[in-house]
Ligand binder design. Structure first.
Ligand SMILES: [Zn+2]
Length: 402
């Protein structure tokens, strides 16, 4: 059985994870050096296994750092389509180091857990997919269709130099499908087939600063900023209020989040005010419509108050059509999970942010699935060895079924 073949590789997988974690892969935008060292290691693993094709599609970011992407393929009996598994190489920074019990950049093993930054997000998938393919090679069977593996950069910061860059520079097959093992729960019982769109924006109100006792000489940007934000909040909630039970929560969300510091003392009327919103939008709505509403409300406030209001889009990822539940990659995964784990997985939608949304936006079927404890981005991040091995078995099975 192919699953026995995967099981035999367990120790090698743990060793590979131990080699991977010290090759730090943090985005230059948050103080790291990018993914180059990690990518070279991944490429060497892939070369050892022996692929029919290994390509590098390396981007260079605005700070001048190389942002590598590796694309590897094994041809099947019928090379007319490819099932791709995608893992991202980059990690978030360690955060507050005092909260870690061990060195975040040295894998530390205790019982079934490997601790370290990037173990579960997304090392588990990276190592799991590579060794699933190694097991298939060692088992000596040619897969029915092509096996594809991709290690991408820049996922944590929005994929500009990762998945988005690859989509602009690589031709995928019309019938290709994608599995992104980058989110899930402890049972592996959720298959994500839909994501909300994401819009982050800021509202900057420019008024006139004055003494706290002489508001008549100024224009209080803070008051206008609060009123404006509350009205936008109210209008968006009222207008875009449909429900879709695929998602948790089943509605679009519009949250005022960050607030920039204005004046440092109490007795000054602030001349500027900046507030941010994080909004997550159901696939049925259009971000352009939402931006038009925001713009209209801002114009109304400008004419009433005479303040200048600037709206900036910080992040935008338009909602895309969910992957159809009848797609082979979805039904194969469901079947495999029923047969091997005796579970009946649930199809879900999430608040957005994985590379699957980019793929769906280009019309490709993409599912997000993994078995993991949800400790991504937290101190003492870990992955369970048992999850890594058991998910690798699912990867091998789905590669051979597709
Ligand atoms: Zn991730």
């Amino acid at each position: 059985m192919i699953t026995d073949e995967v099981e035999k590789l367990k120790n090698e997988m743990v060793e590979a994870m131990k080699d991977l974690i010290p090759k730090v892969a943090i985005s230059p935008e948050v103080g790291g050096k990018g993914e180059s060292e990690r990518a070279n290691f991944v490429e060497s693993l892939l070369k050892e296994i022996g692929f029919d094709e290994i390509k590098r599609i390396d981007a260079v970011d605005h700070l001048g750092y190389k942002r590598p992407n590796i694309i590897a393929k094994i041809f099947g009996e019928h090379p007319d389509k490819t099932l791709w598994i995608i893992a991202h190489m980059d990690t978030v920074p360690e955060g507050d180091i005092s909260l870690w019990k061990t060195d975040p950049f040295n894998a530390y093993i205790e019982n079934d857990r490997i601790y370290g930054r990037g173990t579960v997000d997304n090392g588990q998938a990276l190592i799991g997919a590579i060794f699933a393919i190694k097991a298939i090679k060692e088992y000596g069977i040619k897969p029915p269709h092509n096996i594809g593996f991709m290690a991408v950069s820049d996922e944590e910061m929005g994929s500009k130099y990762g998945m988005k860059y690859v989509l602009d520079h690589y031709d995928f097959g019309r019938n290709d499908s994608f599995l992104v093992p980058d989110a899930g729960n402890e049972f592996g019982s959720e298959i994500e087939i839909a994501e909300k769109g994401i819009l982050w924006f800021s509202l900057k109100v420019n008024g006139i600063q004055s003494h706290g006792s002489r508001p008549d000489l100024g224009l209080n940007a803070h008051r206008i900023g609060m009123q404006l934000a509350l009205e936008i909040d109210k209008v968006l909630h009222e207008k875009y209020n449909d429900k879709d039970e695929l998602f948790t929560p089943p509605f679009s969300t519009f949250e005022p989040t960050k607030k920039e510091k204005n004046v440092s003392n109490i007795n000054t009327v602030p001349g500027t005010d900046i507030i941010y919103f994080d909004t997550r939008i159901l696939p049925k709505y259009k971000i352009d419509d939402i931006l038009r509403d925001i713009d209209n409300i801002a114009k109304k406030y400008e004419s009433i108050t005479k303040a200048k209001i600037e709206i900036s889009v910080i992040q935008r990822s338009d909602p895309v059509t969910p992957t159809n539940a009848n797609e082979k990659v979805v039904s194969d995964l469901i079947k495999i999970l029923k047969e091997t784990r005796n579970i009946n997985p649930k199809l879900i939608g999430i608040g957005g942010g994985t590379v699957a949304a980019e793929l769906r936006g280009k019309g490709y079927p993409a599912v997000v699935w993994a078995t993991l404890d949800e400790v991504e981005h937290s101190p003492n991040e870990y992955c369970k060895i048992s999850n890594m091995v058991s998910d690798a078995k699912v990867f091998a099975l789905i590669y051979l079924k597709f």
